[in-house]
Write a protein that binds this ligand. Structure first.
Ligand SMILES: [Zn+2]
Ligand SMILES: [Zn+2]
Length: 302
């Protein structure tokens, strides 16, 4: 079983009477989640509509909001900092980057972190929230539309994200995770009309969801394996390009705490460059880096 973080979340709580695999066994609930389904449909319709409202300035809006939402928000904050604790930052920056994470509409930090830690604990085994062993479609989107895990399941969040659950700000942000993207959308609409809101919110969120979901589906099905992990994780270059480094997923499952996922010069890892930049600016400390040679992680800016 892979070690999750230095502070494995299960270590913070009393042993549960029921094994976690049974308690949180992700299974088809048998019914369609209409709330998620309708919102996902709305964002896809908005993404298609964006082509009818194209302006060159909207591409700049898309690029900036993409880096903030997908790279800084989901990858650097939700994934590498909050889930795996691959580095530390001042609290104000940690909170600010987590707000960026909500801009991608993939749930609040508590939910995202808890589900992802569950994925690492039970990767490709019964209880994994989104393993392609239960079907490629299931691992991509089916688990969201038909799955039994819910956004605010207090038992799941308390058990797998106790470090965040005890933080008032993260509880607030998780409950109101839709607020920052709504404020952003209104701001973009006022500043640049339909073109800016469609490209900066609807197109970005819809495509960003698929890009993140590809890490759950494609990189557990296709690609190469540097490390002989006991799961199906793979290194897949085109998912790495789309996600800014998250596609080096076999490296990541072998060394989940490492802030760097690319382990060779050709394994481009834009998200890690962002973390290194924060380190150079004195804003990121204790950056844990694991190379392909194994052994203990190097600590940069310790
Ligand atoms: Zn995985
Ligand atoms: Zn991970």
């Amino acid at each position: 079983m892979p070690v999750l973080t230095e502070e494995a979340p299960v270590a913070h709580v009393a042993p549960a009477p029921i094994p976690s695999a049974e308690l949180f066994l992700q299974k088809p609930s048998g019914k369609f989640n209409w709330v998620f389904g309708i919102w996902i449909a709305v964002f896809h319709i908005g993404a298609i509509a964006s082509f009818f409202f194209f302006r060159w300035s909207a591409l700049i809006v898309l690029a900036v909001t993409w880096v903030l939402g997908q790279n800084i928000g989901i990858a650097v904050s939700y994934h590498r900092q909050l889930t795996h604790r691959g580095f530390t930052t001042p609290k104000w920056l940690e909170y600010l980057m987590a707000i960026c994470g909500t801009l991608s509409l993939q749930g609040g930090p508590l939910y995202w972190v808890a589900v992802h830690r569950l994925h690492h604990q039970l990767t490709d085994k019964p209880g994994d929230p989104h393993s392609p062993r239960d079907g490629g479609w299931w691992s991509h989107i089916g688990w969201i539309l038909y799955g039994s895990l819910h956004n605010e399941d207090p038992e799941l969040l308390g058990r797998y994200a106790p470090d965040l659950a005890k933080d008032k700000f993260y509880r607030w942000l998780s409950h109101y995770h839709w607020v920052p993207v709504t404020v952003l959308g209104i701001g973009l609409f006022l500043a640049g009309g339909w073109s800016w809101i469609l490209w900066g919110v609807f197109f970005r969120v819809a495509v960003g969801m698929h890009v993140t979901w590809l890490v759950n589906s494609a990189t557990h099905m296709w690609g190469g394996k540097r490390f002989s992990t006991r799961d199906d994780s793979r290194n897949l270059w085109w998912v790495a390009l789309l996600t800014g480094g998250e596609g080096w997923h076999n490296n990541h499952h072998a060394h989940p705490v490492s802030a760097s996922h690319g382990m060779a010069w050709y394994e481009l890892d834009f998200n890690y460059w962002c973390i290194r930049l924060l380190g150079t600016l004195g804003l990121a400390k204790r950056i844990k880096v694991q190379g392909p040679e194994g052994g203990a992680a190097r600590i940069l800016h310790g």
